[in-house]
Ligand binder design. Structure first.
Ligand code: SF4
Ligand code: MG
Length: 330
């Protein structure tokens, strides 16, 4: 498979202002030099604890922000420094499903109007054609067409997320960023929404960037998984490889806290409890950004940032433990 999306050295730094004059006193490096590909038709899981920058990264990739720097190739075009006007023509290709369907749906619009809005903005379809398309989208996400004239408040959380998904699908996108799409939903309906996303991916040939803090869910849905810590990707690997044998000490710690789905299997490793808190992204440590908490920290880690690179076929990490293990011959 070839990449549909290629992100290179993406940075999203937010200025911090303080005082009466709102002077700039520093910056938060929410996303700090992130590179990854999303292959056509795959689901790339993007995981990490809250505040690690994964949501910001997903929004930056869709250019919901003016990014600080970096390249974002989507479907053969670099949108890294496209203007909002240029992005308009690219919008249909790339869409977002938000965490909180309550907040992302306009309460004064009917379901039909919500799903139809992107068609109004980006297509020349007639009203009748748009209504038919809305009906098809409601079918596709399992919403009864008879509810088209109702308002979002009349629906359950799971149904509201289906409305958000139908809207995201309206312009036949290729790439969808799903930002914690089930985190706000009752556990009992989370699996339904995940299964729906998987069905739609098959049906429409979609490519997903699936952002989640839920490592069990990502294990279920992702093709490959990228792990973020403090604004950087520390490891990226195919799903099975990552869960079977995490390389980066942070990934090891994260996964050691995930319950083993098959209780008959003994845990391969003990639960690793990390010391200390995640440092502020306004003031990250020198060297490796995990060095203040890493159980395997070495002297070099405190001075020299490890390079993010492929250390085994298909497996990327940024850690001095793997520095000499690259097969430079091939
Ligand atoms: Fe730990 Fe050093 Fe690897 Fe960073 S580079 S994760 S501090 S061993
Ligand atoms: Mg988030």
């Amino acid at each position: 498979p070839k990449p549909l999306v290629s992100v290179r050295d993406l940075k999203m730094h937010f200025p911090i202002h303080a005082g009466l004059l709102r002077r700039r006193v520093g910056e938060v490096k929410a996303v700090d030099g992130v590179s990854f590909d999303v292959m056509e038709g795959e689901t790339l899981g993007l995981v990490g604890e809250s505040g690690c920058g994964k949501s910001t990264c997903g929004r930056a990739v869709l250019r919901l922000y003016d990014i600080t720097s970096g390249a974002i190739m989507i479907d053969g075009e670099d949108i890294g420094d496209s203007t909002q006007a240029q992005l308009r023509t690219k919008r249909p290709t790339m869409q977002m499903v938000f965490q909180d369907p309550q907040a992302s749906l306009n309460p004064r619009m009917t379901v039909e109007a919500i799903i139809k809005e992107p068609l109004d903005e980006h297509t020349k379809l007639t009203e009748a054609e748009k209504r038919e398309k809305v009906g098809e989208l409601m079918d596709a996400v399992g919403l009864n067409r008879q509810f088209a004239k109702r308002y979002p408040q009349a629906f359950s959380g799971g149904q509201r997320q289906r409305i958000g998904i139908a809207r995201a699908l309206a312009l036949n996108p290729k790439f969808i960023v799903c930002d914690e799409p089930i985190a706000a939903l009752d556990v009992s309906i989370q699996a339904q929404v995940v299964n729906l996303l998987e069905d739609l991916q098959q049906q429409f040939g979609l490519t997903y960037l699936f952002i989640s803090h839920d490592l069990s869910m990502v294990r279920h849905i992702a093709t490959r998984v990228a792990v973020m810590y403090l604004g950087k990707i520390v490891e990226l690997a195919p799903r099975e490889a990552l869960y079977a044998e995490p390389l980066h000490p942070y990934t090891k710690a994260l996964l050691s806290a995930v319950p083993e789905p098959d209780p008959s299997l003994a845990r391969a490793s003990e639960r690793i409890i990390l010391q200390g808190d995640v440092p502020s992204p306004a003031n990250p440590p020198q060297g490796c950004n995990f060095c203040t908490r890493c159980p395997a920290v070495m002297d070099i880690c405190k001075t020299t940032e490890p390079e993010y690179k492929e250390v085994r076929p298909g497996r990327f990490t940024a850690c001095h433990l793997y520095e000499n293990k690259t097969n430079t011959a091939g």
